[in-house]
Design a protein around this ligand. Structure first.
Ligand SMILES: Nc1ncnc2c1ncn2[C@@H]1O[C@H](COP(=O)(O)OP(=O)(O)OP(=O)(O)O)[C@@H](O)[C@H]1O
Length: 253
């Protein structure tokens, strides 16, 4: 392999989940009335454990694993969306990350304003975003809603706008999580066509999916994660076998 363009070395990632616990009203009331005991319970989820992977130019890599295995976390860590707790991640080149499509909008700003904000978050310049604005607006096809605040959008409308932005901005390393989410049937047809053309254009693809048919059609290499650990890394056909073996062992298909 030439010099890797993505390198994970002994990567660990922990999620600390106290915020989720505090969202439960019952838990909050319980804690308030437990006099003299003000300990906060923090659930620690060790989502990536000592993961080391090199991905080079031209590679098409599928991420496999049962629910909760760490596939999305792997992608988010590579995209820099979550701080890692240990190890090191290097990325050489520009990323295009297609996941979490509904998140990160400013609810009081209009769709058009959010195009600029999200583009800047993705690393584009204001000039580049203005040049792409018309294309994004046309693909999202939201009509007059594009000038309304995001808080007036349905979930499906937000996904359309997020998808249009994320697929227009970014580089040749494509990180793709299988779930693209809501959207009506016509939009999904257009969305799939656009994803296929992005996959074709990308120099590197890292695709997290449960669909072994798509994985074997699109990827040459497969990485199987289980409980945050790297269980297998090799040809996609063997990775699929390994994934099936682990799923059968746990009775989780
Ligand atoms: N934002 C978060 N906060 C806390 N825990 C999280 C968060 N995101 C994921 N987790 C936990 O981290 C672990 C790995 O989750 P992850 O979403 O990476 O798995 P996955 O392999 O993508 O699963 P799936 O196939 O179900 O999408 C799981 O135990 C999950 O509950």
């Amino acid at each position: 392999m030439n010099a890797p363009r993505i390198r994970l070395l002994n990567v660990d990632l922990h999620y600390a989940c106290s915020a989720f616990k505090q969202r439960s009203l019952l838990a909050w009331i319980g804690e308030r009335f437990r006099l003299g005991d003000n300990r906060t319970q923090v659930a620690d989820i060790h989502a990536l454990r000592n993961v080391s992977v090199d991905i080079g130019q031209g590679e098409r890599v599928g991420l496999l694993g049962r629910n909760g295995a760490g596939k999305s976390t792997f992608l988010k860590a590579v995209a820099g969306l979550y701080p890692i707790s240990g190890g090191n991640i290097e990325v050489h080149g520009e990323l295009r990350a297609l996941f979490n499509l509904g998140l990160g909008f400013e609810p009081d700003a209009t769709g058009r304003e959010n195009i600029l904000y999200r583009g800047l978050l993705l690393g584009a310049t204001p000039t580049a975003m203005r040049a792409k604005e018309d294309e994004i607006v046309a693909f999202a096809a939201l009509g007059e809603y594009i000038d309304y605040p995001i808080k007036t959008y349905s979930a499906g409308m937000q996904v359309r706008l997020a998808f249009a932005i994320s697929t227009t901005v970014g580089g040749d390393i494509l990180l793709l999580d299988e779930v693209i989410g809501a959207g009506d049937a016509t939009f999904m047809v257009r969305a799939k066509q656009r994803i296929f053309s992005l996959i074709e254009q990308s120099e590197i693809l890292v695709l997290a999916s449960h669909d072994v048919g798509s994985l074997s059609a699109m990827c040459a290499r497969g990485i199987v994660l289980d409980g945050g650990r790297l269980l297998y890394d090799g040809p996609i056909s063997s990775a699929i076998e390994e994934f099936k073996r682990v799923s059968e062992l746990s009775g989780n298909r």
